[in-house]
Write a protein that binds this ligand. Sequence first.
Ligand code: FPP
Length: 236
Amino acid sequence: MKKAVSKELTHLAIIMDGNGRWAQKRGLPRAMGHRAGVEALRRIVELCPANRIEYLTVYAFSTENWKRPQTEVQALMALLNEFIDKELNLLNQKGVCIRVLGDTKPLAPVLRKKIDHALETTAQNKELVLSLALNYGGRRELLQAAKALAYRALQGEDPEAWQEEDLAAELFTKGIPEPDLLIRTGGDLRISNFLLWQVAYTELWCTDIFWPDFGEKELLEALAAFKGRQRRFGGV
Ligand code: FPP
């Protein structure tokens, strides 16, 4: 996995939190907050190329989000469906390569088919890699990588020869550099099982703003804060 050059922001990761509270504040159902969250995502995707961001990774649905009321889970899945239906052509034209991090097997077959189609259609695009973390959990990803390595050991590989890169190559993010900056909206200050391995040296930027209100002003503020950071990667 490529280590980011200091001050170059190649990979931006976002925990898009606060959709529910944004809706509640307006007396709207939570699903409307998620819908407004998709709009915010659309805005940020548009802004990436001009800001030389090559990878954007967003936490769209965690392995823990299944615990939410069924109506909310359904609303999120419906939004994902709609997002692909409405945005795929435009994203493709703009050179966006869509990737999914996570296990899509528990998703509805129709939705999985749509996702696979979106991945195939955009696979060769080079302008921006948009990774959607879907049914994603950092611990589960690490467990899966550990199982894959254990299997390789059973096949005769010598674990003593493995380096960190060998584990990284078993993660969903294979081939994607580690995030340079992780933005979390919505006021909480935690990682919430997102990209646990990958954020080891990532700069964090948290804001109280709810995700649907996040726009260009806030993005530029986060990027400016990142530029002011000193990244030492454990050195001096
Ligand atoms: C957290 O807000 C957000 C989520 C669990 C889902 C994020 C999803 C989207 C922005 C839209 C779906 C994405 C695509 C690509 C279609 P929350 O509901 O936990 O907010 P709260 O903390 O205020 O309750």
